[in-house]
Design a protein around this ligand. Sequence first.
Ligand code: PAF
Length: 282
Amino acid sequence: MIKVIETIDVMRAYIKEARFAGKKIGLVPTMGALHEGHLTLMREAKAVCDVVVASIFVNPTQFGPNEDFAAYPRKFENDCRLAQGVGVDAIFHPQPSEMYPPGYSTYVNVSGITDKLCGQSRPGHFQGVATVVTKLFNIVQPDTAFFGQKDAQQCLVIQRMTADLNMDIQIVMVPTVRDANGLALSSRNAYLSPEEIQAALVLAQSMRLADHAVKAGERNIAAIRDMVRNKIQSEPKAEIDYVEIYQYPDLQATDVLANKALLALAVRFGKTRLIDNIILSV
Ligand code: PAF
């Protein structure tokens, strides 16, 4: 039976015992509303770690004042069942007051790579992510932590943070899981109407165009970006937040594709903002 742990003290005691027994610990941080993307991270963790902890915590500090914190899907019972099905050993499910008690005043800021893409569209978002992930790392003390490529900038921020702060934790980025039509799985897909789901397929289609163009020899970043923008704008329900291409993994601006680049998109369909990305490589 999967163990559900709600307090930091009990989580620490559980981890202490596992460490004492020489177990390798894997952490899959999530905000719940689990889908196949999360389950893939958990399976990956189970394959290389002895004890897998998944955290389910809708982290208030990474949502802006006008974002969907209150509406974010919460499906705890179902999440426990799904996590158990893929062999997760324990779920860490704290209340916000356990993570941010009265008087809480400490935040983690990663500069540079957070000033663009989602960092620009969602001010404060990555401070909230870096803070909660640091806290989860300190509480669970994993050897390895697993994150999805759909949030590629988030993975890079966490990799930067662990390197800069000498956290002895291996960060694994697991490829994005897509449905049969190419739509990246996301808990926020639950907000989409059937028409919006259909419209959102333009994201994968536009990235495929870019990938084909690069494979055919295109190296001009502006030309690739325009191609993707034009494709997305051909869908009347799509409203672009950003379409950008940066060198990967340092996220520096570049005019010419050399080696690897991150093509990253944020696009609204109705009230729902979706992100997606692919790594272009020559
Ligand atoms: O990717 C997410 O679900 C969240 O940003 C994370 C990493 C669990 C931090 O709250």
